[in-house]
Design a protein around this ligand. Structure first.
Ligand code: GDD
Ligand code: MG
Length: 335
């Protein structure tokens, strides 16, 4: 089974963490996001993955010099400029020589979806494409996908205004596609699979979907990037993972609750870290308090600083002692 894995986006919602590192190379409890995504594919029989790259492709090439990740052979398709989701699929499928049924996944989705079942249902229905669906409370930031009683997709509505979604079942970012879908995608320009290709397939009645309530999170925002990690240490997905890396240094006089502290990070005496993620090599100095926030790799949170409400500190940044930040991005975006 071959899969195209979309990992070429800029990760805008996770800035400044993604200012230098692509989203899918950010660590999720100590392991790069891409590794967890590919490992899930490998469990369902994927042997080859074509990484659809755009932003910072070098980060992936350097991380997997043997071109193997979680036991899956990697191939690379590097876009000269962003082609958007369908353009990227077409380009990657061509580069990878795809000529039979294949899988496409959004590379920022952490899920226990049963891909084997998706594949079987796709075959049974003789579909041109089959999308996995997952239920969410607020569908407005996703692709909303109402279906009929036979599982045929009735409409594909990308990011409808809040309150206007016809269903709370959304596109889970995992598709089984026939190669004929590639012929629907114009070459050499940006094409959105959500806004162009899927709606055209709906009109031709060739797009189907399968609902699943398996574990599913799109880790592309600060809130979900944090949540997916707390879920892993809480044991929401199988055995709980270790929250504090063996090589982290946590003072016996620090207070660390329900948080992820990664390799080489330091939490000094009198610091308090709650419901947060402290990335590799970061340091939280004495008397600082970090609540429901993310501290980037090698960043330093100065003495007595207070970070909360999903504050995100970029890699190698220094937060001044005593600074108070609520829901802030440090450094702040400059346009
Ligand atoms: N190669 C390439 N080129 N990859 C891209 C490009 C591009 O131009 N644009 C985005 N990607 C990659 C991103 O890196 C990400 O892994 C994936 O495509 C999806 O892009 P996101 O930016 O994360 O999209 P989203 O989360 O707003 O919405 C998508 O995912 C939702 C589920 O997670 C849509 O597919 C929604 O319909 C869906 O519900
Ligand atoms: Mg996403």
């Amino acid at each position: 089974m071959r899969a195209v894995v979309l990992v070429g986006g800029f990760g805008t919602r996770l800035r400044p963490l993604t200012s230098t590192t692509p989203k899918q190379m950010l660590p999720i409890v100590g392991r790069p996001m891409i590794e967890r995504v590919i490992e899930a594919l490998s469990r369902h029989g994927v042997t080859d993955a074509i990484l659809s790259l755009g932003y910072r492709p070098d980060a992936f090439l350097q991380a997997y010099p043997e071109d193997v990740c979680a036991g899956v052979r990697l191939h690379y398709a590097v876009e000269a400029e962003p082609l958007d989701t369908a353009g990227a699929v077409r380009f990657a499928a061509e580069e990878g020589g795809i000529d039979s049924t294949f899988l496409v996944v959004n590379g920022d989705v952490l899920t226990d979806l049963d891909i084997g079942e998706l594949w079987r249902v796709h075959r049974e229905r003789n579909a041109e494409g089959t999308i996995a669906l997952t239920p969410v409370d607020d569908p407005s930031r996703y692709g909303v996908v109402p279906i009929d009683q036979h599982g045929r997709v009735e409409a594909f509505i990308e990011k409808p205004p809040p309150g206007e979604a016809p269903s709370h079942w959304i596109n889970a970012g995992t598709y089984v596609l026939e190669p004929s879908v590639l012929d629907r995608i114009p070459a050499g320009r940006r094409v959105s699979i959500e806004r162009e290709t899927f709606p055209a397939m709906v009109a031709d009645r060739s797009l189907f979907a399968l609902q699943s309530d398996a574990y599913w999170v799109d880790a592309g925002t600060p809130a979900t990037y944090l949540q997916v990690q707390l879920d892993l240490i809480d044991g929401v997905r199988g055995a709980p993972e270790r929250a504090i890396a063996a090589s982290a240094t946590v003072s016996t006089q620090a207070d660390v609750e329900h948080s992820v502290v990664m390799d080489g990070a330091r939490i000094d005496a009198g610091a308090r870290v709650v419901d947060s993620a402290v990335l590799p090599g970061a340091r939280i100095c004495a008397g600082a308090t970090v609540t429901r926030s993310i501290v980037g790799p090698d960043a330093v949170v100065g003495e007595g600083a207070v970070l909360d409400e999903l504050t995100v500190v970029g890699g190698a940044m220094t937060v001044d002692p005593g600074l108070k930040a609520h829901g802030a991005r440090i450094p702040m975006e400059t346009a």
